[in-house]
Write a protein that binds this ligand. Structure first.
Ligand code: PAF
Length: 286
């Protein structure tokens, strides 16, 4: 596995890898991450490994997607452990750049994805998706033609990235991958390490609420308000949980559903436990 720190090093290593033997699986698989890798990230690497002839992971805690009250400085980091995880998953190439490498002095171009970026996570974290869209566009530009792997846990992020790749005609296939959960149902996230044991146990109300609403939908409950209320009451039963939103929205536009929820509707939540903010979602009907 080759670890690079600069765009030039990354591109030279990528060119060499791709010039190597042709296999049944063609091209580069790119897994952009902010590090502190867990099983969710590893599932993206495994999928890329199965589908692509070369696999690259980027590890970069992107400052521009954190707001002034977000957790940029305390975001967990452990590069040595991350590199071990990448090597164990058969990753060929890692880019772990400095902030200056990605945002050189004077960098002032940003990418903004319009209305999709301004609801839900975008409303709660103004500017967040401009930071995500800008860095992901840069990472795609650095990588060149590739398949880009992203988790469905950040469902809105995945939609924003699909839209930017389409609108900017980028030579990237965006691949969405399923949410990976702990055995007790908690969606895996680098931020789970912030939870106290009590918060960790109450956080299970999130996946429980989503599961209950999903089961109700399967049993024929279609009223959007009733489905949102089911999730909200399960979360609000946890004394340490502060729900920021419980949304049931159209999967294409993210507009809140007013009447009935058909298959494909996105049920998503953001919940605060003191300083820790967790998100999770389920797509009704699978
Ligand atoms: O999902 C993440 O880890 C980040 O938002 C991403 C896509 C790597 C951009 O910084």
């Amino acid at each position: 596995m080759i670890v690079t720190r600069t765009v030039a090093e990354f591109r030279a290593a990528r060119d060499e890898l791709l010039a190597g033997g042709q296999t049944a699986r063609e091209g580069l698989g790119l897994v952009p991450t902010m590090g502190y890798l867990h099983e969710g990230h590893r599932s993206l690497m495994r999928r890329a490994r199965a589908e692509c002839s070369a696999v690259a992971v980027t590890i970069f805690v992107n400052p521009t997607q954190f707001g002034p009250n977000d957790d940029f400085t305390r975001y967990p980091r452990d590069e040595a452990r991350d590199l071990e995880a990448c090597a164990a998953e058969g990753v060929d190439l890692v880019l772990a750049p400095s902030i200056e490498e990605i945002y050189p002095e004077g960098a002032c171009t940003t990418v903004s994805v319009g209305p999709l970026s301004r609801v839900l996570e975008g409303a709660a974290r103004p500017g967040h998706f401009d930071g995500v869209a800008t860095v992901v566009t840069k990472l795609f530009a650095i990588a060149g033609p590739c398949r880009g792997y992203f988790g469905q846990k950040d469902a809105q992020q995945l939609m924003v990235i699909r839209r930017l790749a389409r609108d900017l005609v980028l030579p990237v296939d965006v691949v969405g991958c399923p949410i990976i959960r702990e055995p007790d149902g908690l969606a895996m996230s680098s931020r789970n390490v912030y939870l106290s044991p009590e918060e960790r146990s109450q956080a299970l109300g999130i996946s429980r609420g989503l599961r209950q609403a999903e089961a109700a939908w399967v049993d024929g409950v279609r009223d959007a308000d009733s489905l949102r209320a089911l999730v909200r009451s399960e979360i609000e039963a946890q004394p340490l949980a502060r729900p920021e939103y419980v949304s049931l929205a159209d999967t294409e536009t993210l507009e809140e559903l007013a009447g009935l929820a058909g298959p494909g509707a996105l049920l998503s939540v953001a919940v605060r436990f003191a300083g820790t903010r967790l998100i999770d979602n389920v797509v009704l009907g699978g």
